[in-house]
Design a binder for this molecule. Structure first.
Ligand code: BES
Ligand code: MN
Ligand code: MN
Length: 456
């Protein structure tokens, strides 16, 4: 590994420059005004894979394109499939960024930009580690395939059928994903569980147009009032979701796993300081880590109704809408949640209001087995790259395609996150530590070596 280590050390700046180039491209998948930029990011990925001499293809879908690339097969060795995403979340609210979201800026050892950690920076660590092997004159010790998509942040709807229809092409022994986090600075982690998601938009339509709230208020049903009471009905004071049947398929946490969570060095006071809140709340009877990682929940993601301008306006709004989503745990089925939710809401629509419920996307949660030689290889690689062995954690976010990989490819999934909890993913001032970027590249380079020690 010495030549590879040396390449990684001497290319520190070049790796950062290349990441900055990708971060310049505003590949916001949710916003159709950025469709051209999103394609540009895909083309940028294609150019990088081609520079490494990999067999590369830009695959069109009904949405944003996929990028598929692979190094030559190595007989007798396992095959690793790297999954990542080149799309990013919208950068709003723009006013809260210290430097513009698509003009990457380096401060205090971090690179700031939308997508810095989620997922451009983390995903590139695997491209750069492959570069380090190839450019330092060592053929990769196993075959590495890449599948990089542009729709992760909008639910991976077009990737799903592609994986099912290309099982042969994507065939592998393990899937490597760096799109989550370490436990804390200096405490790298292997993630063995992610929550699923079910995302909705509720629209309530009242009178033909906005009305004078004095002339009409009290006599006409106000959609904003109905919206808040419908949303409030979703949870009780103990943070329990009130939709009948919602918890039917939830597998309770075992005593042993609850103890494992308690054994992690989690400091609630630090957590509150980081968020600048003076208290926390959630489902009664569960700790903060349990609530965030392994219990289902419901959050309102956006609310729209009535007058938002300066000063007061006495208006009875004609419409009100909310975006909200449930985080699900493994074994809960998003389709079942959708039909139970619909029934729950429909009976709460009063006269004078029409309801529309848009089902945006859903994905089940996942828990992967830890008793696997691939996990042991990843742990050794992380220790070599980061200088400490990983802890084993679950996380609360969702990567919709993970279940599909496990099912269609029958492969072990390695969730190796290089990010930090305070990286501001989906928030203003998203960042990625350049030290974590460099250590991630090193760990990834060691991962290829560790995996190649295993039989195919
Ligand atoms: N990288 C995240 C998922 C993630 C975040 C995993 C934190 C573990 C910890 C991913 O890009 C993401 O944001 N996923 C969405 C999925 C949704 C849009 C379908 C999410 O979790 O909201
Ligand atoms: Mn991500
Ligand atoms: Mn994300």
């Amino acid at each position: 590994m010495t030549a590879i280590d040396a390449y990684i050390e001497s290319h520190r700046q070049a790796f950062v420059d290349d990441l900055a180039e990708l971060l310049h491209i505003p590949s916001v998948s949710a916003d159709s005004r950025h469709a051209g930029d999103t394609r540009r990011a895909a083309e940028w990925m294609v150019s990088r894979f081609k520079q490494l001499g990999l067999a590369t293809e830009l695959v069109e879908t009904a949405g944003h394109p996929l990028v598929v690339a692979e190094s030559p097969p190595v007989p007798g060795k396992p095959v690793a499939l790297v999954y990542g995403h080149y799309d990013v979340q919208p950068p709003d609210p723009l006013g809260e960024w210290t430097t513009p979201p698509f003009e990457p800026s380096i401060r205090h050892g971090n690179i700031y930009a939308r997508g810095a950690t989620d997922d451009k920076g983390q995903m590139l660590t695997h491209v750069k580690s492959v570069e380090a092997w190839i450019k330092s004159g060592q053929p990769l010790p196993l075959q590495v395939k890449f599948l990089i998509e542009g729709e992760e942040e909008v639910g991976s709807v077009h990737l799903e059928p592609f994986v099912a229809e290309n099982r042969q092409r994507l065939a592998c022994d393990c899937v490597v994903i760096s799109d989550c986090g370490q436990f804390a600075p200096g405490v790298p982690a292997i993630t063995y569980g992610l929550r699923g998601i079910a995302y909705y938009e509720l629209k309530l339509i009242g009178p033909r147009q906005d009305l004078h709230s004095g002339t009409f208020g009290g006599g006409v049903t106000n959609p904003a009032g109905v919206l808040v009471s419908m949303l409030a009905a979703l949870k009780d004071a103990d943070g329990r979701i009130q939709i009948p049947g919602f918890y039917d398929d939830v597998i309770p946490l075992s005593v042993a796993e609850r103890q494992q969570f308690r054994d992690l060095p989690f400091d609630e006071a630090d957590f509150k300081r980081q968020l600048v809140v003076d208290g926390l709340s959630g489902e009664a009877g569960h700790t903060t880590l349990e609530r965030r990682w392994a219990r289902p929940t419901c959050d309102i993601n956006g609310l729209t109704s009535g007058y938002q301008g300066e000063g007061a306006k006495t208006v009875l709004p004609a419409r009100a809408s909310a975006k909200f989503s449930f985080r699900l745990v493994p074994n809960q089925d998003p389709a079942k949640i959708s039909s139970a939710l619909k029934t729950f809401l429909e009976v709460r629509v009063p006269p004078g209001i029409r309801m529309e419920l848009v089902d945006h996307h859903g994905a089940p949660g996942v828990v992967v087995r830890l008793d696997s030689p691939y996990i042991r290889a990843a742990a050794a690689a992380i220790e070599a790259g980061f200088g400490s062995p990983p802890v084993y954690i679950r996380e609360g976010g969702s990567i919709p395609i993970v279940n599909t990989f496990a099912r269609e490819l029958d492969a072990d999934v390695l969730l190796l996150g290089w990010g930090q909890n305070d990286d501001n993913t989906h928030s203003p001032n998203e960042k990625f530590s350049l030290a974590d970027y460099q250590r991630g590249i090193l760990a990834s380079a060691y991962l290829w070596q560790e995996l190649a020690k295993l039989p195919a």
